[in-house]
Design a protein around this ligand. Structure first.
Ligand code: HQG
Length: 182
């Protein structure tokens, strides 16, 4: 498949598996899994046909490992990023000393006043990779990377989770744990 087709299919799968399964009449279970046969059938019926091979190619080539296929090969889910209510079954984990969050300068005043909130998603998304933080922030405009004092947050009772694909998640980051790094 051409890279642009892979990207478009990946975006479609993100939309369906994170945000709007109902758009194609699909149901996810409590842990966010969809049957692959059902997904392929519903996608085709909604004018977005794809083969199992194409689906697997998206999962395998996803730069951020956005999706997981169950061990029995029957189901697929998004590893993180949901806005719909799913329980991924993530276990709390101790974060590294610092984590990063990339955002746009236009959000800075609000973030430094109220802290980082999860907005539409389940959690605030953080990364241990500065380059990833930069690319996430660039999606919104002039990028600014916030450094989160994760060790101190954790020591002071905040819970962190690490998704299957290595994204660090937490409920909220109060402004006192943030510093700005242009
Ligand atoms: C901002 C990508 C004003 C926040 C990435 C962000 C990630 C505030 C936006 C994943 C705020 C929410 C998630 C406040 C937060 N005032 N703005 N108090 N608190 N914000 O898309 O972290 O490519 O929900 O800075 O790798 O950008 O989709 O979160 O700009 O892991 O797989 O509100 O998406 O992964 O935006 O991105 P998002 P995010 P994928």
């Amino acid at each position: 498949m051409h890279p642009s087709e892979l990207k478009s299919l990946s975006k479609f799968l993100s939309l369906i598996l994170r945000h709007e399964p109902k758009r194609i009449g699909l149901t996810l279970d409590d842990a966010g899994w969809a049957g692959i046969d059902a997904l392929l059938e519903r996608a085709a019926a909604s004018g977005r046909p794809m083969t199992r091979q194409q689906l697997e190619a998206v999962v395998e080539t996803s730069d951020k490992k956005r999706f997981a296929i169950s061990e029995d090969g029957l189901r697929i889910r998004a590893n993180q990023g949901h806005s719909i209510d799913v329980d991924l079954g993530l276990l709390p984990a101790a974060p590294p000393e610092v984590l990063y969050h990339g955002t746009a300068t236009r959000f800075l005043e609000s973030i430094l006043a109220t802290g980082l909130g999860k907005r539409q998603r389940h959690h605030v998304h953080l990364t241990d990779d500065l380059a990833v933080a930069r690319s996430v922030g660039q999606r919104y405009g002039v990028v600014v990377v916030l450094t989160v004092d994760a060790a101190r947050m954790h020591a002071e009772g905040h819970t962190f989770f690490r998704s299957e694909n290595g994204v660090w998640l937490t409920d909220a980051v109060p402004a006192g744990y943030l510093s700005v790094d242009f």
